[in-house]
Design a binder for this molecule. Structure first.
Ligand code: GLV
Ligand code: MG
Length: 317
């Protein structure tokens, strides 16, 4: 699995909020997404497009992944959002996020529109990626086809708030467990998204947690999707950034362990190490499957800039 750009923390910034568009540039989020959709009132959308173009062209976003969320394809705004953002700031943009994706046709529309724009503007065709938000039953049922609809798709994102509304869920606390349900009501949705993402080599991203003053609640929800294998989560407030960066990075102990497994396995499978397939590393037996698991954890740790604190030494011969 190739991880692509790190996206442990994906910071939402309303395009109508010029102060936040400036402040976000200095925050330690892996990704920012500048929003034209639900955080921007209909009457403010034309101005928000202009603010976003200016912030992308003139701002200093460092090595953050720069994404713009446009409006969904059931609205009258999507085509104008895409055209104005790419014409105004195409070279300064990494991805367009499309919300409420319901079928592969939505992604195909965006892919073709981006190709048209890139050709007419003299930009590299295919460079701008797509992030697909899954926010209702149709999106989830079609998620495999959505993930496969274009090589531009980089992430599949769970949109819990819209999803809860579309399912008639009996709760207003987004992403949280429900006292009447003896399990995690989001487990199936998260797993389904994860399967599609992994099948097509995309990142799986968890959506927002709206109780922004409840950091413990954010961590609890984030840990659940991180445990399944999700790559990151939306953050709505600066305080949530460090928590997301930590939760979606491996623990130091796990990162060290993964790097040790990789080194040990490389040594023991070599001529010098005895060409062995299954060997003991301390009290643990490791084989090819251990190497694959270790690769995932090591890749996440390296992408997060972690450093090893333990090294493998081959046994004396
Ligand atoms: C995000 O867009 C959500 O609906 O949760
Ligand atoms: Mg939504």
């Amino acid at each position: 699995m190739s991880l692509g750009r790190p996206r442990r923390s994906c910071l939402a910034v309303p395009g109508s909020n010029v102060k936040m568009l400036t402040k976000a540039q200095g925050l330690p989020a892996d990704q920012v997404f500048l929003d034209l959709e639900d955080a921007v009132a209909p009457l403010a959308k034309p101005m928000a497009r202009k603010n976003i173009v200016a912030a992308l062209c003139d701002g200093d976003w460092g090595d953050k992944t720069r994404v713009v969320r446009v409006n969904d394809l059931t609205t009258p705004w999507t085509y104008q959002d895409v055209i104005e953002i790419v014409e105004g700031a195409g070279p300064h943009l990494d991805c367009i996020m499309l919300p409420k994706v319901q079928s592969a046709a939505h992604i195909e529309w965006l892919d073709l529109t981006l190709t048209q724009l890139e050709k007419s503007l003299g930009l590299q065709v295919g460079r701008i990626g797509i992030e697909a938000q899954i926010e209702n039953a149709a999106g989830l049922v079609n998620v495999d086809a959505i993930a496969a609809a274009s090589p531009r798709v980089e992430t599949i994102i769970f949109g819990p708030a819209d999803f809860m509304a579309s399912l008639n869920m009996k709760s207003l606390v987004v992403g949280a467990l429900h006292p009447d349900y003896p399990g995690d009501p989001f487990h199936y949705i998260l797993m389904r998204i994860l399967m599609a993402a992994r099948m097509h080599d995309k990142q799986a991203i968890d959506g927002p947690y709206l109780q922004i003053r409840d950091l413990a609640g954010f961590q609890e929800v984030a840990k659940r999707s991180a445990a399944l294998g999700f790559d990151g989560k939306w953050v709505l407030h600066p305080d949530q950034i460090a928590a997301a960066n930590e939760v979606y990075s491996p623990a130091q102990e796990d990162y060290d362990h993964a790097e040790l497994i990789l080194d040990a396995y490389e040594y023991y499978t070599s001529e010098e190490g005895g060409k062995l397939g299954a060997v003991m590393l301390g009290d643990e037996m490791i084989d090819e499957a251990s190497r694959k698991m270790a690769l995932v954890v090591a890749a996440k740790g390296r992408a997060a800039g972690m450093h090893r604190t333990q090294f493998f030494t081959p046994p004396p011969r």
